[in-house]
Design a protein. Structure first.
Length: 202
């Protein structure tokens, strides 16, 4: 299916990419608990071992219109755990700009998953009427800043501790399409270009 994509990471590990659904709340909560304190701090600006229930509920409360999200799943494990997630959220359907966030378990960093998830989210968000996503990144998060630069995001300024990036979706999709990022990205881009990609699964 165009919205259920099985890829291999740069290390050859099998991973499934699919849209998040509200039923993923428990699995998402578990994934967040598996982040290192450092990664949790860089993602949520808070290193607490657990997040309030309402925060996790908001992250899993997807509707495909105001909140779009994709997850990466480790299919080598019997319980198919979530190992990464990417989100686009806005206040109303009329908003063209939304908030972006992404998180990956530490063991899955540098495997190309972030860019795959971003490509899928960008395409889905554009179809839903988003034009732009913005993200606040801590200055100390060098890898995060490098990722945004690599996908064509632009700096919108800093408050001293964080830097805000703007991702114009058409530009990000074009940037990712230009790069030769291997078979996994080729598969993702082919899915995005397929006629069934934006059809909601029954």
């Amino acid at each position: 299916m165009a919205r259920d994509i099985l890829i291999e990471t740069l290390d050859g590990d099998p991973v499934r990419l699919r849209p998040m659904v509200p039923a993923d709340e428990e699995a998402l909560c578990h994934a967040i608990s598996q982040l290192s304190n450092r990664s949790r701090y860089l993602r949520f600006f808070n290193g607490a071992a657990t997040l309030p229930d309402h925060v996790v509920r908001r992250l899993s409360d997807v509707d495909g219109i105001k909140h779009i999200a994709w997850v990466a799943i480790d299919v080598s494990k019997d319980d198919n755990p979530i190992i990464g997630a990417v989100h686009a959220q806005r206040g109303s359907e009329a908003d063209k700009r939304g908030d972006f966030s992404i998180g990956l378990l530490d063991a899955w960093h540098s495997q190309g998953l972030a860019r795959l998830l971003i490509a899928l989210l960008a395409a889905d968000s554009r179809k839903a009427g988003f034009d732009e996503l913005v993200a606040d990144v801590l200055w100390e998060n060098k890898k995060g800043r490098a990722l945004f630069g690599a996908i064509g995001a632009k700096s919108m300024g800093s408050d001293g501790s964080t830097i805000q990036f703007s991702m114009v979706l058409d530009e990000v999709i074009a940037k990712l399409g230009e790069k030769r990022l291997g078979p996994a990205m080729d598969k993702v881009l082919a899915a995005i270009e397929g006629k069934n990609f934006f059809e909601t699964a029954a």
